[in-house]
Unconditional design. Structure first.
Length: 507
């Protein structure tokens, strides 16, 4: 019972820490820019208004970490990995305590003082202990937990380095968001380690090499494997919507202009984390290393025939050009953006760059994980009709912000539902076409390029600067044209259920 209680402290510690910095701190200090230009350490800085009320919960957090370390040590027996993990956890707890009580930083206005330098060095040592915990902890369980641990380590290293670069800049824009990616990944891993070590009722002493899933987690794993696509949808929406809401703050409700509010791009960037994180994580959990190998092989599958490159790159722009040429006869407001833009090169480069980035991170999840598991059972059209609406719903908060400032006098109660519905119809049609191309090529690379072409075309290069009724007219015409192409392709191909079996490495 004592060991169980100590291990539960690992879960509680993560909850206490996150509640302190992201629930209690914003309440105590509304002017603290948690997800933009201020660091978490500034909450505990000497002279900060949040230091005094947050010291107690943070001391409690460190005590819980020590108790968790004791629980890991008690469960070690002859398992060297658990013993080393426990020792590294105790070192991390000691550094965290020292950074809070002995070596807190001073306020940013003071500059880089000796006190702040001491805090930086303690933070560096603390980061070393975090890395050691992840490395040793990677060998506590089997191959899947090892991959998860190394993925968490990679996230901590990348975002920790990025935060260090941002800290050296005067504005430190988005350092709060960067640090939170690091912190949340670390806290989630600690909680996962604690849960995985909890003994179930009636458990007998197992051999050190026993890697069977814990009884308490067996039903969860079974549910994930039985409904992998549904699990992917849920995890993606939670991560993306949560990240968007955290980064957008009050901007989403205030109706600020999405073109000028810097929080909009931060929110979209946070939203983009959902598909790749959920896709790669579930690939590891469901298919293990074979799934990762399959994901990589499809990512680099480029020998698919030139005609599929033509379709992937030109389908969206050709359809939109036809629609805009027809509408421009009614009003010059429907002229493509590239025609009226002052800096055409900058518009083109922005579209290509953001298109490639967006296509890559999104398709790691949608085409990398979900679609290969839906198409064999539901066919091209069925899979598109399942994924398309979910993909559209994934954009809901982004659409809300854009739509709330693009109604051009129309009542939001009328404009927003029509805007959202037309967007979902458009995205569903295009997703059907993307799945048709993927079903013939099995190339994740082609899916990324097709998605990138859509982003560059519809959001940048050809997007007409319309609002209100004109925007809804354009959306409706574009949706009709896309579904017309879907119908033509369906008739020409005689669509039926995909004959491609689900591959072991499909991810």
């Amino acid at each position: 019972m004592a060991r169980r209680a100590w291990l539960v402290c690992g879960v509680i510690s993560s909850v206490v820490y996150l509640a302190a910095i992201d629930v209690l701190a914003p309440y105590l200090h509304p002017d603290y820019h948690a997800y933009t230009s201020q660091m978490v350490s500034e909450l505990f800085a000497l002279g900060a208004p949040t230091r005094a009320p947050l010291v107690l919960p943070m001391v409690l957090y460190n005590l819980l970490v020590f108790a968790f370390g004791a629980g890991v040590w008690a469960s070690a027996a002859r398992r060297r990995a658990r013993g080393l993990t426990a020792a590294a956890l105790l070192g991390y707890g000691a550094c965290s305590t020292a950074g809070l009580l002995i070596a807190p930083m001073e306020l940013r206005a003071v500059g880089v003082s000796q006190q702040t330098l001491l805090h930086i060095w303690v933070t560096v040592v603390q980061g070393v202990f975090i890395a050691l915990v992840l490395v040793f902890g990677a060998f506590v369980h089997g191959a899947r937990f090892r991959l998860y641990s190394f993925a968490t380590l990679a996230i901590c290293v990348v975002f920790g380095a990025l935060a260090s670069v941002q800290a050296a800049q005067a504005s430190m824009r988005w350092i709060g968001l960067t640090e939170r990616v690091n912190i949340y990944a670390w806290m989630l891993w600690l909680a996962a380690l604690a849960l995985s070590l909890l003994p179930h009722q009636g458990q007998v002493v197992a051999s050190p090499d026993d890697e069977r899933p814990r009884h308490r987690l067996a039903n969860i794993w079974s549910l994930i494997k039985k409904h992998p696509a549904l699990t992917y949808f849920a995890v993606t929406l939670v991560i993306s919507w949560g990240g968007f809401l955290l980064a957008s703050g009050s901007g989403l409700l205030e109706g600020t202009s999405w073109q000028t509010d810097p929080r909009f791009m931060a929110a979209v960037s946070a939203m983009l984390a959902g598909p790749p994180v959920a896709g790669v994580l579930l690939t590891v959990l469901v298919s293990g290393t074979s799934g990762l190998r399959g994901l990589l092989s499809r990512l680099f599958a480029w020998r698919v025939g030139w005609r599929w490159y033509v379709i992937a790159l030109l389908l969206a722009p050709i359809i939109e050009i036809v629609v805009l040429l027809a509408l421009s006869r009614i009003s010059p407001a429907f002229l493509p953006a590239i025609v009226t833009a002052d800096d055409k090169a900058a518009l083109l480069m922005s579209g290509i760059t953001i298109g490639l980035v967006g296509g890559f991170v999104e398709e790691l999840g949608w085409t990398g994980f979900a679609i290969p598991r839906l198409t064999p059972r539901h066919g091209v059209l069925g899979a598109g009709l399942i994924v398309g609406p979910v993909w559209g719903a994934w954009h809901l908060l982004q659409m809300w912000w854009v739509g709330s400032t693009s109604s051009d006098g129309l009542p939001l109660a009328l404009f927003l539902p029509v805007f959202f519905l037309s967007s979902v119809v458009i995205l569903t049609a295009y997703r059907v076409l993307m799945i048709w191309v993927y079903d013939h090529t099995e190339s994740l690379l082609i899916a990324i390029l097709m998605h990138a072409s859509y982003i560059a075309t519809t959001l940048f290069v050809l997007a007409p600067p319309t609002t209100g009724v004109a925007f809804l007219t354009y959306s409706g015409a574009f949706a009709a044209a896309l579904w017309g192409v879907v119908a033509l392709v369906a008739v020409a191909n005689g669509w039926h259920a995909s004959q491609r079996p689900l591959q072991t490495g499909a991810g």
